[in-house]
Structure formats: C-alpha cells, structure tokens
Ligand binder design. Structure first.
Ligand code: SF4
Length: 200
C-alpha cells in the first residue's frame, strides 16, 4: 500500500488520541489541496499492510484516521488495513477522509468498499471546494459531510463536532508537521511555531 506518512499522536482528526495514516495518490487536483505532495502515486512508498500495522502496534491510541491522497484508490489494501486494525489492534474507531461521496462509494457495489463502510466509525466525504471553505471541525469545505457510521461513537463525535477546529504541530525525525484540516490563519500559526523552535 502506498503510504506517504504515519504520525502519532494526532488529536485534530477525530476524537481521542489517534494514529494518522496518509495514503499516496489522488486524481482530483482540488484547488488549494492541503496535501499536494500526496497526490502523485509513488512506488517507493509501497509497504505491506502488515508492515504498516507493525509500525503502529506499540503506540497507545484509541482511533485511527486514514487520509490522503485518496485512500479509496487502493481499495483492496484499504479493506485489509481496516480489517487488521479491527482484528489485531481491536480498534473500531477508524475515520476515513475521501474525495468520493458516500453515494458514489455505495454505487460502486464493490465487496471491499462495502466491507470498509461497514467496519469504520466515520467517513468524511467529498472533494475540497475552495469557495465553500469552512471552519467547522473535520471539514475543509461545507460540501463535505461527516457521516457517523458506527452509532456507538455518535455522541462523542457530535460533541467533537460542536467544538472548534483544532490542529497538531509537532516535530518528528527533524521534520515539522502541521496536521489538521487547515484553518484560515494556519500559515501564520505554523510560522510562529517554526520561529519558536528556531529560537530554542
Ligand atoms: S481529494 Fe483531497 S487529496 Fe485529493 S486533491 Fe482533493 S483535497 Fe487533495
């Protein structure tokens, strides 16, 4: 499975403490995409689902967020990843961001897509549309819908969605990561953080 980055701990892309997994490859080219570096397929980023699982299994987390790129471009691997996170890590709070709408996914009538949709907690769907930009949590633009698919998490996610959009900034292996759905002034906050760590 082509994966651009795996980061922990993430607080800004779903409830509680999470691992974030970003897949590589997306054909949409949305204007002002927040992850343009993840749009192009890259075979050098290919790793088995077992290897990805091995790299996160010792972290202490409650949920996993899978974003991209477009995770559903690697449907078979995505279904396997969801299955192994469920079965081996006993985590069922899996949130996926996709540029497809849930209707488009359901209409694919694909056994793996159906498996994914019935084994994740949340799907945030639809492409990013710049002129519909929103500051609501978990959404980049207002066309995107947060579908809570596992009713067990409905209360917690509704509460999370009633709060302000947040983001994580941290240093990992000498790289600085800004994680979260971009808010309007995120560049300013990012630069303030960079100035802070330069002055340390
Ligand atoms: S669907 Fe997401 S990853 Fe793909 S181009 Fe749009 S914003 Fe970027």
């Amino acid at each position: 499975m082509e994966v651009g980055k795996v980061l922990y701990p993430i607080k800004s892309l779903g409830i509680n403490t999470r691992v974030g997994i970003w897949t590589v490859g997306c054909f949409r080219n949305c204007f002002n995409c927040s992850n343009p570096e993840l749009q192009y397929s890259d075979k050098s980023k290919d790793a088995s689902v077992e290897t990805i699982l091995e790299s996160i299994k010792d972290f202490k987390f409650d949920g996993v967020t899978i974003s991209g790129g477009e995770p559903f471009l690697q449907i078979k691997e995505l279904a396997k990843l969801v299955r192994l996170i469920n079965e081996q890590l006993h985590i069922d709070d899996i949130l996926i961001f996709t540029g497809y709408t849930i209707k488009e996914l359901e209409n694919m009538n694909d056994i793996d897509v159906n498996y994914i949709l019935s084994h994740i907690s949340v799907l945030v769907d639809g492409p990013y549309i710049e002129n519909l930009h929103t500051e609501l949590p978990l959404q980049g633009s207002s066309n995107q819908v947060v579908h809570i698919l596992n009713k067990k998490y409905e209360k917690e996610y509704k509460e999370y969605l009633s709060k302000e959009k947040t983001f994580d900034i941290f240093k990992d292996n000498n790289e600085v990561h800004f994680i979260g759905i971009p808010i309007k002034d995120y560049k300013e906050q990012y630069n303030t953080y960079l100035r802070g760590i330069r002055d340390e």
